[in-house]
Design a binder for this molecule. Structure first.
Ligand SMILES: NC(=O)c1ccc[n+]([C@@H]2O[C@H](COP(=O)([O-])OP(=O)(O)OC[C@H]3O[C@@H](n4cnc5c(N)ncnc54)[C@H](O)[C@@H]3O)[C@@H](O)[C@H]2O)c1
Length: 220
């Protein structure tokens, strides 16, 4: 099951389904139809059925989906039962904001170590997270078995740091810098660019105006 290859757009929707299913469980709901789910998460029901179909037939015709079963299933797929420790590199404006936020509500992910070249911030604790000097990067990542890193450093430093992360066996990088980084095939990069997202939003509003629905995601 873990090896199922799913489209990126489907993967991006899984946490949305997961969050809503938790709400249903808290409300003691035993089952949910794809139409109900569709209205709640603002994804059309055909897409939901197709997304779920990548994992085999999970629902029953005329019955819908069993909330508990579906939740258990997503929990496993999304690794919700294991805590994932993440490193943050660059404790500046954006880094501080992320440390402060630290994915509280999504308790299976947390930033457990931060790194910065600035001596004034290295060897301090920020929002409950230890900040290490860059000289300790590889040692700490390996010791703490951290395989995911968030990059919030200036663009000038980003490729060099990426190479160090790769050398420390990091498997996934969330890149907040506007620069596209080079990594080997074994490493996955997720770029986050707020300017792009805003520009896309402005484009859609200017070109499609009132035809817009609630879509918040690109299709595959
Ligand atoms: N993706 C987005 O939506 C978004 C939004 C804002 C900022 N950014 C980007 O995020 C990055 C950080 O922005 P910021 O406003 O927090 O910058 P900042 O200058 O406030 O912080 C950068 C931090 O990185 C540290 N740093 C510098 N060189 C380093 C190195 N070689 N190794 C380790 N740490 C190093 C600095 O000491 C500083 O603490 C920039 O690349 C910026 O373009 C992205």
């Amino acid at each position: 099951m873990a090896e199922t290859k799913i489209p990126r757009a489907t993967a991006k929707r899984l946490p949305i389904y997961y969050r809503y299913l938790n709400i249903l469980l808290d409300a003691d709901k035993k089952r949910v139809s794809s139409t109900e789910l569709s209205e709640a998460v603002k994804v059309d029901s055909a897409t939901i059925r197709r997304d779920f179909s990548y994992f085999g037939a999970l629902g029953k015709r005329g019955y819908g989906y069993d909330v508990e079963k579906l939740l258990a299933f997503f929990k496993k797929i999304l690794n919700q039962d294991t805590l994932t420790n993440v490193a943050l590199i660059g404790v500046g404006n954006l880094g501080h904001a992320l440390l402060n936020f630290n994915f509280h509500k999504n308790s299976n992910v947390r930033i457990s170590a931060a790194f910065d070249v600035n001596e004034a911030i290295a060897n301090t604790v920020q929002s409950g997270v230890p900040v290490y000097p860059m000289t300790e990067l590889k040692k700490q990542l390996i010791e703490q078995q951290i395989e995911i890193a968030i990059l919030t450093v200036p663009t000038t430093a980003v490729q060099h740091i990426t190479d160090e992360l790769v050398d420390a066996n990091v498997k996934g990088i969330m890149n907040f810098t506007p620069l596209r980084i080079s990594v080997p095939d074994t490493v996955r990069v997720q770029n986050v660019d707020l300017t792009n997202e805003l520009q896309t939003l402005i484009y859609f509003i200017e070109h499609y105006g009132e035809q817009l629905g609630d879509h918040d995601d690109n299709e595959d």
